[in-house]
Design a protein around this ligand. Structure first.
Ligand SMILES: Cc1cc2nc3c(=O)[nH]c(=O)nc-3n(C[C@H](O)[C@H](O)[C@H](O)COP(=O)(O)OP(=O)(O)OC[C@H]3O[C@@H](n4cnc5c(N)ncnc54)[C@H](O)[C@@H]3O)c2cc1C
Length: 666
């Protein structure tokens, strides 16, 4: 099937408005006759479900947690972007659009990104009206901070808990609709297949995770809001339950998977400490507003620090290498995540790492503590030369901005980051790839939509910080509620979709068969054993630096591991009970397929861009080298039985409003 992005005609700034003026609408009375399934109740799914129900549709939501408010979105720390220009520092819709396209290394669709920038301001108004406690300045106005890849301060935040506060807002809106009977919420339910009737998405098969019962649910359209697939790497900053099953199941039913290799490695995470770990912890990018990143300038000092013979405070300013400030004077510590991550790896690979494994750099707040301390001393009329007082005052300011993050770091590492610089290293954090969607957020399956992190999104090859929350809420509150109406308008007379149709029976049987197979497999290794092995292949050969040889090996190794998994996995417990081993088995089975396609996508893209770094394509200074002539397209893969047979479709990317230039942050 040829890809049709359905981008409306007209000038970039008029497209969305004019589109909304001309689409089909469903009148309020008819909305009552239409059912919509929303799989996922993170920020994208919860905002969509609440809005669709408010509009009058009958909504059924599904999530695998015990409550929608425990979705992975709750972990988001640093903030959400919006082009409000409250700081008067030159921000605008165009600038947010421009920064996002450039930040994504020119691998995203212009029309979608412009729409995102346009609706970004509505999100803040919506959330403030819901009562979300976004940070405010002393005078009561909403505060902003800066994130990487931008020269303005446009990030709204709620301490280091922005996702939690936004999700509470969306969840409250959802709850109002649950109370009205417009949303039927199915918690602890996992979607295990999509049901197509006459080529259209008409329902899902879900497992009740408490009783093990397999259920059929029908609707006129299905919205997938199931989050990203970063846990294919086993270790990541994702919630441990995050998985790709919903997205992978729709892929197998006809939804194309796009740009899988565009994965974000976040530069400021707590370094891996050993084999025992099952999860990594993020230190928010907001810390780069005030923290300075450095390693020792001399190899012998780095070695002495690793061996515990020296401490970071023993090194004078001249003995430190603030390598981001040195290499990128304009953006300094606030370069985009892909650039900061690669620069950290480059220093550590060269032997300058500062922890025992040699894979850590410092994030240091000493200078910020002094700066803020002095400012406070002046403001309060204290002695600006009293060193102890300055440190105390400055520490208080840092604590008020980032206190919960510092506390989290201290609990994990057992070192006081107000005194000793934090140690950080890049880790898998976000997936820009996902199900391909057109301008309407519809996948290649009619009636099956995908929103939030589960779609291939507006972030191109790299996501700028604070833009995932913006995209998820834009999709859920302001985009999908319009576009889905256009699709549903011809469905007003269809009536309820019966779950007795043969398509439901067949899909249910397939799900049950797979569960039985896992339970009866009687292999010798746990699911985690295989997941860890997959994660190691992914990190070593499909991770921060990739090359053709490693990727080809990864493809073979993942296929072999998948075969071994199906022969030898041991799933304890029963099918008709709460069984987390069984849940994991299904998810890892899907990751073992997705991982191979991911590597295949990375192998075919003979260029470096954003989070996709191919060692063969770099400049002399180690910067990513794009190939716009041959790779300025979205790579969308069609399922054909197994990952190795997937067929590539290309959506060319046309840049009419932003000139394609080499990305520079110097
Ligand atoms: C530590 C951390 C900090 C972050 N900080 C920021 C930040 O400051 N700013 C920012 O913009 N972004 C941030 N991000 C990224 C951002 O949080 C996520 O991209 C975003 O929240 C994803 O939202 P979502 O609604 O698409 O998916 P999720 O929040 O992942 O929700 C997925 C939902 O799908 C459900 N689900 C999944 N599969 C199934 C299935 N098969 N059946 C039923 N239900 C299913 C889950 O139960 C859940 O409800 C951060 C990410 C991490 C890991």
């Amino acid at each position: 099937m040829a890809l049709d992005s359905k981008v409306p005609s007209g000038s970039i700034s008029d497209k969305w408005t004019s589109y909304k003026d001309h689409i089909n609408l469903v009148n309020p009375a008819n909305k009552r006759n239409i059912d919509i399934i929303v799989v996922g109740t993170g920020l994208a799914g919860a905002s969509a479900a609440a809005t669709l129900a408010e509009l009058g549709y009958n909504v059924k939501t599904f999530c695998f947690q015990d409550s929608p408010r425990r979705a992975h979105s709750i972990a988001a720390q640093g903030g959400i972007n919006a082009a409000k220009n409250y700081q008067g520092d030159g921000d605008s819709t165009f600038r947010l659009f421009y920064d996002t396209i450039k930040g994504g290394d020119y691998r995203s669709r212009e029309a979608n990104v412009h729409r995102l920038a346009e609706v970004s301001t509505n999100i803040i108004d919506q959330c403030v009206m819901q009562g979300v406690p976004l940070a405010r300045e002393y005078g009561g106005l909403l505060d902003n901070r800066s994130f990487g890849g931008t020269l303005v301060a446009r990030t709204f935040y709620a301490k280091g808990q922005t996702g939690q506060q936004l999700l509470l807002g969306a969840y409250s809106a959802m709850n109002r609709q649950i109370g009205r009977g417009k949303i039927k919420s199915h918690t602890r339910h996992e979607m295990l297949d999509l049901v197509l009737v006459d080529g259209k998405a008409r329902g899902i098969i879900a497992r009740n995770l408490v009783t093990g019962e397999i259920e059929r649910h029908s609707a006129h359209a299905v919205v997938i809001a199931s989050g990203g697939y970063g846990n294919v790497f086993f270790l990541s900053t994702y919630a441990m339950g995050s998985n790709a099953t919903a997205a992978w199941k729709i892929h197998k039913k006809g939804a194309y998977m796009a740009n899988l290799c565009f994965t974000q490695i976040h530069p400021t995470c707590i370094p891996v400490s050993g084999d025992h770990q099952s999860k990594l912890t993020l230190m928010s990018e907001s810390l780069r507003n005030d923290g300075r990143i450095w390693v020792p300038a001399k190899l012998e000092d780095a070695k002495a620090i690793r061996e515990g013979k020296k401490k970071p405070a023993d090194l004078s300013e001249a003995e430190r290498d603030y390598y981001l400030e040195r290499r990128y004077p304009s953006f300094g510590n606030l370069v985009p995540r892909d650039v900061a991550s690669r620069a950290a790896k480059e220093r550590c690979d060269a032997g300058f790492g500062v922890n025992k494994t040699g894979e850590a750099v410092y994030l240091d707040f000493a200078a910020a503590i002094q700066r803020y301390g002095k400012e406070q001393a002046y403001v309060k009329g204290f002695d600006a030369n009293d060193a102890a007082l300055i440190t105390k005052l400055g520490t208080k300011v840092i604590e008020s901005k980032y206190g919960n993050l510092f506390q989290m770091y201290e609990k994990i590492i057992d070192e006081n980051p107000y005194v000793t610089p934090m140690m950080i290293y890049p880790a898998v954090h976000y997936t820009m790839g996902g199900t391909w969607v057109d301008y309407n957020l519809q996948t290649t399956i009619p009636g099956c939509f995908s929103i939030g992190e589960s779609n291939f999104s507006d972030h191109g090859a790299n996501r700028l910080g604070a833009s995932a929350l913006m995209q998820g809420l834009a999709d859920g509150y302001f985009v999908l509620p319009y576009t889905i109406g256009d699709y549903l308008a011809p469905d007003i007379k269809t009536g309820t979709i019966s779950t007795d149709l043969p398509e439901f029976v067949e899909a249910e049987k397939k799900v049950k068969d797979q569960i039985e197979k896992f339970i009866n497999n009687k292999g010798t290794h746990s699911v985690d054993y295989f997941h860890k092995k997959l994660g190691k292949i992914m990190w070593d050969k499909v991770g921060m630096a990739r090359n053709a040889k490693g990727l080809a090996e990864a493809i073979e190794e993942i296929a072999a591991l998948r075969e071994e998994f199906h022969k030898d996995v041991k799933v304890t417990g029963t099918a008709d009970s709460f069984n987390q081993e069984l849940e994991k088995a299904g998810r890892v089975s899907d990751f073992l397929e997705l991982g191979e396609l991911f590597a295949k996508d990375a192998l075919h893209r003979n260029e470096s861009c954003g989070g996709h770094f191919r060692e063969e394509y770099q400049s002399e200074e180690g910067e990513a080298q794009r190939d716009d002539e041959n790779f300025a397209y979205v790579a969308a893969w069609e399922y054909k039985g197994k990952p190795s047979d997937a067929v590539l479709h290309k959506e060319p990317l046309v840049f009419e409003n932003i000139k394609l230039v080499t990305r520079s942050y110097k």
